[in-house]
Write a protein that binds this ligand. Structure first.
Ligand code: SOE
Length: 370
């Protein structure tokens, strides 16, 4: 079997999820190529060495430039804060590597466009990690919509609530700095709701956005005073879709008790679908001409449901981590087959256009075109 040598840049939270996925993918799925966890890269030599041992990478490194230039590396998995996405992706594209990149694609629309242009010019495979597309229940929702089961789409409601920074003493970590993260709740979690909206309903043409920062100053993580928070704590948007549907997107880190409450509801002319990550194996389905009246709960981990064939016997449920394994699986398939996979950098640019329009609208206090 062909081998695909992978290098992952950045090893903290998302890097842990990606490492687990790289480790799992070949064990459970018949992959076209064997993914070899060759090298993990991070700035802190001791930290990255420990991460390599713990997460299962053969080697550790501290210079991403050197890693990207290595001829034995085939694919680069970018798990760094947003400010490093563009330089790494452009260098990787120029070096002819396949690229998997964490969301949002970049910190600005301009950066995202440069990344897409570099990937297209080099012709390398590219994918963006919006892992929730690959929860079996979400993939089932997509299939039902494509089959016309809920008819013409009218409404999308995306809600992504977390609570990890409600405490004013929570430190000013990188996700709260514009220079590093690009935006706050908007890009970090609102981008997931936007991606699901685009995936399931269609392109967004116009938005009316609202951003708020509730706590503008926080203790610095390294101590020695406080630092400014220059990103949004909460983001809201009304959206119009090209196909005539309308929707709302909400992302906040200020919803006490909500840890990772990622939900959507879609209403069409013939039915409705609802998903809740906290019950991620289930899809709530209402079909006008369905066998029963009212919503029914479909356990989306039966043998016939997307991605389930490789796992446990039917009905044995899956978790958050599997969404990353399915992402990596589809990335491997696209690299091997030379086929396009979504979401890719084109989706990343489209998503960034919507994020950008929401920011513009929040400051102009008017509807803005995407
Ligand atoms: C933190 O808000 C975070 O880890 C996001 O960065 C992820 O994309 C999301 O899936 C879970 O929460």
């Amino acid at each position: 079997m062909k081998k695909l040598n992978v290098a992952m840049i950045g090893y903290q939270f998302m890097g842990r999820a990606h490492s687990n996925a790289w480790r799992q993918v070949g064990r459970f799925f018949d992959t076209p190529a064997e993914a070899v966890m060759k090298v993990v890269c991070g700035r802190n030599a001791d930290g990255v060495e420990m991460a390599a041992a713990k997460l299962g990478w053969e080697e550790s490194a501290t210079s991403w430039e050197d890693v990207v230039a290595r001829p034995d590396i085939d694919a680069i998995d970018i798990c760094t804060p947003g400010d490093a996405h563009m330089p790494i992706a452009i260098a990787a594209a120029k070096a002819g590597k396949a690229i998997l990149c964490e969301k949002p694609l970049a910190n600005t629309l301009e950066e995202a466009e440069k990344m897409l242009a570099a990937a297209q010019q080099s012709g390398v495979p590219h994918m963006l990690c919006h892992n929730y597309r690959r929860a079996p229940a979400v993939a089932l929702a997509k299939r039902m919509i494509d089959e016309g089961r809920i008819g013409r789409l009218h409404h999308y409601r995306g809600t992504y609530l977390q609570d990890w920074i409600v405490d004013p003493d929570f430190p000013r970590v990188w996700r709260l700095e514009k220079a590093k993260a690009g935006s706050g709740a908007l890009g970090d979690i609102g981008s997931h709701s936007l991606d699901l909206a685009r995936h399931l309903v269609g392109e967004i043409t116009e938005v009316s956005g609202l951003l708020e920062t509730f706590i503008g100053e926080r203790p610095l993580p390294e101590g020695g005073g406080t630092g400014k928070v220059d990103v949004d704590d909460a983001a809201l948007a009304l959206v119009r879709f090209q196909n005539g549907a309308i929707g709302s997107i909400e992302g906040t880190r200020f919803a006490p008790g909500r840890k990772n409450y990622n939900r959507f509801e879609i209403n069409g002319s013939k039915g409705s679908l609802a998903f809740d990550l906290e019950r991620m194996n289930e899809l709530q389905v209402y079909e006008e001409n369905g066998p029963d009246s009212g919503f029914r709960t479909v356990l989306a981990t039966d043998a016939a449901h997307p991605y389930v064939e490789a796992w446990w016997p039917p009905g044995h449920v899956l978790g958050y981590e599997h969404t990353f394994t399915h992402t990596v699986l589809d990335f491997l398939r696209s690299v091997d087959g030379g086929t396009t996979v979504t979401p890719n950098f084109e989706d990343g640019v489209a998503n960034q256009r919507a994020l950008d329009a929401i920011e513009r609208s929040a400051s102009s206090r008017r509807w803005e075109s995407v």
